[in-house]
Design a protein around this ligand. Structure first.
Ligand code: WTA
Length: 655
């Protein structure tokens, strides 16, 4: 880990929110933002208690925060239920007949989508209660972990909320992950139940989800029941006694299911994410703090207003789907738009077509998608009227200023504020973000900390660095939606996040602050790469490669990639008796697709005779990055064990 990072990005354009936007928003000026932020830092307990009072509690807290570094408990002693807050609280406030979800499936013909479904808050509660009763009937109990492997349909939201309603924790697995990833996560979470579908629609074809589940369950007998939603109608094998159709499971179930009063610190969900070493980590989020953090950040960052139609394009399988498609959004009583499929089906105008037809007002997407739209060209955009939009967001990776400007001019008509939100699976909620009616924005920076967030740039000893000095991005105070631990691995929590910089949460990101105090994220300083906004640990990819009989050793590094932000280069050392070939490259790429998922296929696979290592045996990834980036090897090589290795690597073929 290096703590001196050079930054070369210079950006001077500043965009003020329009007076019109500011006047109508929750936070109307920088003075307003500053006074709220200062209060949230000086007296976090009263700040967060005030936010919490906007929500429903079966019993209120005895204490707002119990902090025993690195362990936080928020709203100690309180009882609440997040599904109750997202549904019953809305209905009690008169929103029973308001739209909760507008869903559009991917299939499209004759210039229109074939499926649009709308659910009011009352209808959504009915479906959630009915499914919650179905879960109980198959034996799901409070505290159990339920695995969810579903397409982006309303049933995914129904399943998550049904779990939350009865106090079962969900573990959602992104539908792009392979069967091996399901096996690993089911075993780690000790999950006895899976909710899946026959398949889902994606890019004009179907993804066979149930088939992956069947494959995954060959390797473990932990799973007792599988509920299968009929979505595509493709044929599937149903294992008698284990598998049951969704429609059979809910048949005859009542749509009344009382919400379980959950303890503030009861587990709400586990979500697996990549770290720099070993297997994915099951990030644990608990009930009350996560609820309050996602509620308030949705309200302020997206400036939710009564008539908004809000669309966050993230899949339910990522933290963005959890916090800003489901919990934060519904808890604000807004109308949530969901789309099942690919942005380029049937062509690159699909998103703009959706915005026009559904009159989307808030649009939240990822830089990788924006870059893909830029490349596809403006013709797709120009055909559509995007005047319903009033606010746009970005998340998942640094947004480059060109992409920011394109988004601003062509999607937002130079009129809509852009919120570039920096946060993580671990933080649960937005941590650094503009507040749209207040914060002047600059292309490429996530700007300033959210309320209650004490973010700083420090060196390895925790000393704060000066303006424009690159360093480590840390958070110095606990916040309500912070992770509470790593499932099954309490020691790793402390080691991973709280030991690099004494007394502070280390994010793994490098960043600098400019003279206005704005944070410019420079990317990960650990061995995690961000491919199209998907966080991948290089250690996981390496172990997938080494699992192939031909591979003795491998090193995977991130390389700059025009569309994906980062791409992957894999260096592979073969066992004796095996020789390099294009056929083997293809096999190794397939191996990654099988073990992790197709989205993780390397951009380059290079065979080498040896890897550059330090005297202590650590792979010198910096050198590999330079080799893979094609720029030749620069810089200091005095710690290299075998100089010849570098020359051979540079000469090795690419592909
Ligand atoms: C990166 C996604 C720059 C960062 C919510 C972080 C970003 C990692 C931004 C978390 C942003 C996310 N600007 N970088 N606005 N948002 N990142 O857990 O490196 O999938 O640490 O959470 O994505 O990825 P994760």
């Amino acid at each position: 880990m290096s703590d001196s990072i050079t930054s070369s990005l210079q950006e001077h354009r500043v965009f003020q929110p329009s007076p019109e936007f500011s006047r109508r928003s929750h936070v109307k000026s920088m003075d307003h933002y500053r006074s709220l932020w200062t209060r949230s830092i000086d007296d976090p307990e009263s700040f967060w208690a005030e936010a919490a009072r906007e929500l429903h509690w079966f019993k209120t807290w005895d204490k707002v925060l119990d902090w025993n570094e690195p362990y936080a408990k928020w709203f100690v002693g309180a009882k609440t239920n997040l599904a109750y807050n997202c549904l019953d609280r809305q209905i009690d406030a008169g929103r029973g007949n308001s739209t909760a979800i507008i869903f559009e499936g991917e299939p499209y013909a004759d210039g229109k989508p074939l499926e649009i479904r709308k659910l009011t808050y009352r209808q959504l509660r009915d479906e959630v209660c009915q499914f919650a009763n179905a879960l109980k009937s198959i034996g799901v109990k409070k505290g159990d972990r339920v695995t969810i492997y579903l397409p982006m349909t309303p049933e995914a939201v129904v399943t998550m909320l049904a779990c939350a309603r009865i106090g079962a924790a969900h573990s959602v697995i992104f539908g792009g992950f392979s069967s091996q990833a399901i096996t690993d996560r089911v075993i780690d979470a000790q999950s006895h139940f899976i909710i899946t579908a026959d398949g889902g629609y994606r890019r004009g074809t179907t993804v066979a989800l149930k088939k992956s589940v069947d494959e995954a369950l060959k390797a473990t007998d932990l799973v007792k029941k599988v509920i299968v939603l009929k979505r595509t109608g493709e044929s599937v094998n149903m294992t008698p006694g284990r598998d049951v159709w969704w429609h059979d499971a809910i048949a005859g179930q009542s749509n009344d299911c009382p919400a379980e009063p959950m303890d503030a610190e009861d587990l709400l969900f586990v979500l697996y994410t990549s770290g720099s070493t070993g297997k994915p980590k099951g990030i644990q989020h608990t009930t009350a703090g996560y609820m309050v953090g996602t509620y308030l950040s949705t309200k302020y960052t997206f400036d939710i207003q009564p008539n908004d139609i809000y669309w966050c394009t993230a899949d339910i399988g990522w933290i963005t789907g959890h916090s800003y498609v489901v919990y934060g959004a519904l808890n604000n009583g807004t109308a949530v738009f969901m789309y099942e499929g690919a942005p380029n089906y049937p062509d690159f105008s699909r998103f703009w077509d959706i915005i026009e037809r559904h009159k989307i007002t808030i649009f939240y997407t990822a830089p990788t998608a924006i870059r893909a739209f830029m490349k596809a060209g403006l013709d797709y955009v120009k055909k559509h009227n995007l005047s319903s939009l009033r606010l746009m967001g970005s998340v998942g990776e640094p947004i480059n200023p060109e992409a920011w400007m394109w988004y601003h001019e062509h999607i937002g008509s130079s009129r809509c504020p852009i919120v570039d939100t920096w946060w993580q699976t671990e933080t649960g909620m937005h941590m650094i973000t503009p507040i749209p009616g207040a914060t002047p924005t600059k292309p490429g920076t996530a700007t300033l900390p959210f309320f209650g967030v004490d973010a700083a740039i420090v060196d390895r000893n925790g000393n704060e660095l000066g303006p424009n000095e690159g360093g480590l991005l840390v958070i110095r105070k606990p916040w309500p939606a912070m992770l509470r631990g790593i499932f099954n691995d309490p020691d790793r929590y402390k080691k991973q996040y709280w030991s690099d910089v004494p007394g502070m949460y280390f994010t793994g990101d490098g960043a600098r602050r400019d003279h206005d105090g704005y944070f410019w994220i420079m990317g990960r300083v650990d061995d995690v790469v961000n491919v199209s906004g998907h966080r991948l640990g290089t250690a996981e990819l390496e172990s997938a490669l080494v699992a192939h009989p031909a591979v003795a050793e491998s090193a995977v590094v991130g390389i700059p990639h025009e569309m994906k932000g980062q791409g992957l280069a894999a260096f592979v050392i073969l066992k004796s008796g095996y020789s390099a070939s294009d056929a083997l490259k293809k096999e190794l790429s397939d191996q990654i697709a099988r073990e992790i998922g197709s989205f993780a296929r390397p951009d380059q696979i290079r065979f080498a005779e040896g890897l550059p290592k330090t005297r202590s045996g650590k792979i010198m990834r910096r050198l590999l990055k330079e080799v893979a980036g094609g720029g030749g090897v620069k810089g200091d090589v005095t710690t290299l064990e075998d100089f010849n290795v570098i020359a051979k690597l540079s000469a090795s073929d690419e592909g």
